[in-house]
Write a protein that binds this ligand. Structure first.
Ligand code: SIN
Length: 304
């Protein structure tokens, strides 16, 4: 009998598999496919203070072994999420969820995070300083270590729940940004958000996405994400959530060996709605195959 449990800042999870923010909405669409209660947790769609319609379409482009998105933080706004989405989520998901907080100013991040902080359904707050699809906020915060540190400090002062900062891979040294988050008081970091990319339509000779550029994710980014998780684990002393291109139970174990305490699964949910369920089903078999009795014991194992 293997042990798939893990923990994030004292929060015990049955297993490390968490659908990533933006690929699972607020859970409703996926509840028709399987019992969401098997998931470690769910990272909710990035939420801002006001409702957002998002970027103009087209805002999705298929790529080899991945996809581009330029959604632009479409969401109903924090008040509606708390009043309507969280009660609906409670009916289909009995565990605590992860609130992904977006913003365009320090005040907005603090405002949204402190509202989620009061919700018993929320297990931790993921500060999204890495969305590449908005012109202000998002990645413009997350690529500057000074801004990451001061924003993290401001939000940390306003919340009691664990605060994890979601990092952008679109930097020279992601470990430097992780260290800035740690200096600002982050309880953990989550990485990677999407890689800035683009496609051009040969017929129109123009960018496929209306916003021209977007965030690339999917299986193709897995080795890049793994390397970044490895580097960040070496640099910081706080837990890491690993994500980027995870598509099977073996990838979950690789991410944990690189240093992740839990993982988020993103684009693969859009390829196969059963992706997270299948990983959770397969994890015990894969652990047995590689002689792993407890997932907690392998966190960072590749560094030893
Ligand atoms: C988006 O809504 O544009 C995607 C979210 C993100 O990349 O953080």
């Amino acid at each position: 009998m293997v042990d798939t449990k893990t923990a994030l800042s004292g929060w015990e999870l049955d297993n490390p598999v968490i659908p990533a923010s933006g690929t699972f909405g607020f859970g409703q669409e996926f509840a028709a496919f399987y019992d969401l209660g098997i998931l470690g947790s769910i990272a909710l769609k990035g939420t801002t203070k006001e409702p957002r319609f998002g970027n103009p379409t087209p805002r999705i482009a298929e790529c080899t072994e991945g996809m581009l998105n330029s959604v632009g933080l479409q969401n109903p706004g924090v008040h509606k999420v708390i009043k309507e989405e969280l009660p609906e989520l409670k009916k289909i998901f009995p565990k605590k969820a992860i609130a992904n907080v977006g913003g365009f100013s320090e005040e907005e991040y603090v405002y949204v995070a402190s509202l989620f902080d009061k919700e018993e359904q929320i297990g931790l707050i993921e500060l999204n300083v890495s969305c590449p699809n908005v012109h202000a906020g998002g990645m413009s915060f997350g690529t500057d270590p000074k801004k990451v540190e001061s924003l993290t400090r401001a939000v940390k002062a306003a919340v009691k729940k664990p605060l994890y900062v979601k990092l952008s891979p679109n930097v020279t040294d992601i470990a430097e940004i992780a260290l800035a988050a740690e200096s600002g008081g982050a309880d953990g970091v989550a990485l990677i958000n999407t890689l800035l990319g683009m496609r051009i339509d040969l017929k129109t000779k123009k960018p496929v996405l209306a916003n021209k550029k977007g965030g690339f994710s999917g299986r193709a980014v897995f080795p890049v994400a793994l390397r970044m998780v490895y580097d960040v684990y070496e640099a910081v002393h706080i837990p890491v959530i690993g994500m980027g291109g995870i598509s099977r139970a073996e990838d979950v174990m690789e991410m944990m060996l690189a240093g992740a305490s839990a993982v988020e699964v993103g684009a693969e949910n859009l390829v196969d709605p059963f992706a997270c369920r299948n990983m959770i089903r397969d994890l015990p078999r894969v652990m047995e195959k590689y002689g792993v009795k407890s997932l907690k014991e392998i966190i960072g194992g590749a560094h030893r």
